[in-house]
Design a protein. Structure first.
Length: 306
């Protein structure tokens, strides 16, 4: 595992000769790894080059485009950005009560100036809105895609989850799930059977996709509400476990791991000194190497002695 913090990756506002760094509220990597996106408190969505992040030589190469596209059509802070599983679209959720869906246009975007940036900043790609989804009556805090990209789910401070379904006319509101508290995180089961939601209700709501009824509402690990705008939960890539946020175990702040079989705690992720507000599992399912492969790698495999 490599950890890096590129100084060039940020949301900046230019004020004459000075620039101010604005908070980033969400980041997501394109499934193929070619790009990643960020959403921030400056009302902007930025598409970045994944190559410039992965390859140090590429990052330092003259003329390398790190920032591929900037969009500022939201009228409020961008709270969440998520790629579709195909990588052809991404969705952005905002304080302006909307969700926008974006696609990469074949029209060149190199001549487009980036509003609010320096005079030398231009778009290398042209990402366009293909739909704006408006039903929520308050800030939209989180958004996610179903595994087949047919549905989008969004949750809001208006105590509702809206499930959007693609159609010939774009995305249409398909179902509205009502809660009793502010909602701050939504995650679609990779198997496609459940939709998990978390917020200020001190529980995780697991909805069945087949009939949109509650499957379970585990509440044991969630004994207090975190003073945070986000409680983003995440499924393991095989759907066997759900990693929730703002849990507590013996007074320690943890990320509870809920088992799909009975929705009880299968363990905790520990180490944080404050409430956990975001959990994110890798899209890849990792397996330990087989004993033979491990021994072979370390030169301990069975075979003829040389």
């Amino acid at each position: 595992m490599e950890v890096c913090k590129p100084q060039w990756c940020g949301h900046f506002e230019e004020h004459g000769s000075k620039s101010t760094r604005r908070p980033i509220y969400s980041i997501d990597v394109q499934p193929c790894g070619s790009r990643f996106i960020t959403g921030g408190g400056d009302f902007k969505v930025i598409v970045w080059s994944g190559a410039a992040l992965r390859d140090a030589a590429e990052e330092k190469k003259a003329g390398t485009k790190r920032q591929l596209c900037t969009r500022s059509s939201h009228l409020g802070a961008v709270n969440c950005v998520r790629w579709s599983h195909s990588g052809k679209f991404f969705a952005s959720a905002s304080d302006d009560r909307s969700v926008k869906v974006w696609y990469l246009s074949e029209e060149t975007g190199s001549s487009r100036r980036v509003f609010g940036a320096s005079s030398s900043a231009h778009d290398a790609e042209n990402w366009k809105e293909c739909d704006t989804l408006r039903v929520h009556t308050a800030d939209v805090t989180s958004v996610c895609w179903s595994g087949d990209d047919e549905f989008i789910a969004s949750c809001s401070m208006d105590h509702t989850v809206v499930v959007w379904r693609t159609s010939d006319r774009g995305f249409e509101a398909h179902r509205r799930l009502r809660h009793t508290g502010i909602l701050k995180g939504v995650a679609w089961d990779p198997v496609g059977a459940y939709l998990a939601v978390q917020g200020d209700e001190l529980e995780v709501a697991v909805w069945r996709v087949s009939d949109w009824q509650r499957e379970a509402s585990p509440s044991h690990p969630f004994v207090r509400s975190a003073n945070s705008f986000f409680t983003r939960l995440s499924w393991s890539p095989d759907g066997a476990f759900l990693v929730a946020t703002q849990g507590s175990n013996s007074g320690q702040d943890v990320a509870p791991i809920l088992s799909r079989t009975d929705w009880t705690s299968a363990g905790d992720y520990v180490g944080h000194s404050k409430p956990v507000i975001v959990a994110s599992c890798s899209r890849c399912l990792f397996h330990p190497p087989s004993e033979g492969a491990d021994n072979e790698e370390h030169g301990e495999g069975e075979g003829d002695a040389g």
